[in-house]
Design a protein around this ligand. Sequence first.
Ligand SMILES: [Zn+2]
Length: 242
Amino acid sequence: MSDQIFLYNDTPYKKQHEARIIGKSTDFGIKLDEPIFYPKGGGQPGDSGTLLVNGCSFKVIQVVKDTEGQVFVKIDNADDSTNFENGTLTTQILDWNTRYKYMRTHTALHLLSVCLPFPVTGGQITFEKGRLDFDMPESPDKDQITDRLNTMVEKDYTVSHELISQEELRGKPQLIKTMSVKPPQNVDFVRLVRIGNSNKIVDLQPCGGTHVKSTSEIGKLLVSKIEKKGRMNRRVSVVLQD
Ligand SMILES: [Zn+2]
């Protein structure tokens, strides 16, 4: 059981939040009890932003999860004169514009995996675009995929999440589309992300990233590039149009 509450999971729209320091690591940085900063993982970059500590403002330069699943926030220009004692109250301010773009692009990649029902072997999100690598022999039609994506965006499907036990997930291996990112093994429950409404499930898969709450928030999409990366690998890139 973690001593942290990962607010980026349950309340991804939180832009500012107070949290207490509950640990420090020379390698990774500061451990907060209720981080809103998403740690780099699953192809999604770690968040950026600002951390206020004892009246000083620090730039958040990296957010990581260690092998035990603890989240650490690395800040710029921290020296020994700053009080980072356990129990110190801090204010986290998220770089919301960047995070929101990641949330929209990340959710768009879920829709892309629906359009192309092939095993996903890799993926990455940057500020400019998102891409997935598919284990598939033929290149799909760019315009066709673009149209299908935009239809799903316009349908305004709800994006929600629920927890599933490791045991239940083991019984449903078909839920795991992404071969390159395995669901965490050191936790009892895994987060399952659902896109759809009550009478139609569009997508359902384990995912620890941050998502928008409905597909219309993604806005217009364009499949910008399809590259051949080996005999059985197609890299499909998607960009937000607004
Ligand atoms: Zn996701």
